[in-house]
Write a protein that binds this ligand. Structure first.
Ligand code: NDP
Ligand code: 13P
Length: 336
């Protein structure tokens, strides 16, 4: 197939490589023109996925029209804060009737829209039946190294999900289908916020009990939000929920966990960001969740503490004290 991948960060490059390794002809739209030249000449994305040789079947371009026109499938992978702008640029060139696979995780700051809502806002209604969402525990570096990985592909259009499942699946990359778009998206966006909390727990050296408690209570509040927004709670026990939450909260490769770890060690968010060239979606998502939870009346205590630490300069130890001293309650209260 001729496939266009929009976004040349680590995840876009890893997915482009996965598809190109299977013999598909992949054209990857990259934001920074200098990086385009470097990828095409050196066969490596030294900025975002260093150390992985990219196959000849993968080529980079900065020309959106070239990347999108004449393709048989599109994979959309920009960070969530530029998704609207980037897919807005792609929209005029999108061929009709081809699968559009989104792999971005996040919730937009001002609109509080999920990725699916942003795409439905930016793209004309005729494209909506061709949208699907790939999510789950999948560090780009491990996929690029062809390590076994399982993900979920969600769509309201089951036949489309099955078709895309077949395109992506290989001996080391196994995709499952789901019709729960909201559940898959909430899982992927919220796990990044909880991963910051989990990293902070490790950074403060609060022990393994605290880490396990943070992950489990994190899943509880993710599920509470998901159910309130129409998700199937069981989706959140799956790959895009618990699977990605466990990976990101415990895996040393996680950018979000690393941000939390450094916060827990006492660094300021500004100092942490000045050292990073990659996105940690949980930072912006914590702000969206703060506003969304208030708007729809869902209690999200861990996400709220992450928001206060990042945006209000709250001390991470005070955040833990505040979480531990909340009123006592039943474990499954709020969503069962
Ligand atoms: N990395 C991973 O392991 C995984 C990531 N994801 C998700 O994939 C999405 C993309 O993340 P990821 O690939 O990791 O990102 P990276 O942090 O690796 O790269 C950031 C990307 O954003 C681009 N960018 C920055 N500003 C702009 C802009 N104004 N317009 C267009 N592009 C811009 C950068 O391009 P440039 O430098 O050329 O400006 C770069 O390609 C996120 O939602 C993330 O949560 C999901 C699963 C796994
Ligand atoms: O989403 C991811 C793995 O599934 C990547 O997580 P980080 O963005 O925290 O690195």
């Amino acid at each position: 197939m001729k496939i266009g991948v929009i976004g040349g960060g680590s995840w876009g490059t890893a997915l482009a490589k996965l598809l190109a390794d299977q013999g598909h002809e992949v054209l990857m739209w990259v934001h920074e023109p200098d990086l385009v030249t470097s990828i095409n000449q050196s066969r490596e994305n030294t900025t975002y996925l260093a150390g992985h040789r990219l196959p000849e079947t993968l080529r980079a371009t900065h020309d959106m029209k070239e990347a999108v026109s004449d393709r048989e499938m599109i994979v959309s992978v920009p960070p969530s804060h530029v998704l609207r702008e980037v897919m807005g640029q792609a929209a005029p060139y999108l061929p009709d009737g081809i699968p559009i696979v989104s792999a971005t995780k996040g919730i937009e700051n001002d609109s509080l829209m999920l990725v699916s809502e942003i795409l439905e806002d930016v793209l004309a209604p005729r494209f909506h039946p061709f949208l699907c969402y790939l999510s789950g525990p999948s560090f780009a570096k491990e996929v690029a190294a062809q390590k076994p990985t399982a993900v979920t592909i969600a769509s309201y259009n089951h036949r489309l999900a099955v078709k895309v499942q077949q395109v992506f699946s290989t001996t080391y990359f196994r995709a499952y289908t789901s019709n729960d778009v909201v559940g898959v998206e909430i899982g992927g966006a919220l796990k990044n916020v909880i991963a910051i909390a989990s990293g902070a727990v490790s950074g403060m050296e609060l022990g393994l009990n605290a880490s396990a408690g943070m992950i489990t209570r994190g899943l509880n509040e993710i599920t509470r939000l998901g159910v309130r927004m129409g998700a199937n709670p069981l989706t959140l026990t799956g790959l895009a929920g618990m699977g990605d939450l466990v990976l990101t909260c415990t895996g040393g490769l996680s950018r979000n966990r690393t941000v939390g770890y450094k916060l827990g060690q006492g660094m300021t968010i500004d100092a942490i960001l000045s050292e990073m060239n990659m996105v940690a979606e949980g930072i912006k998502t914590s702000r969206s969740v703060h506003n969304l939870a208030e708007k729809i009346g869902v209690e999200m205590p861990i996400s709220e503490q992450v928001y206060q630490v990042i945006y209000e300069g709250k001390d991470t130890r005070q955040a833990v004290t505040d979480l531990m001293s909340r009123p006592l309650k039943a474990e499954l209260g709020g969503w069962m």
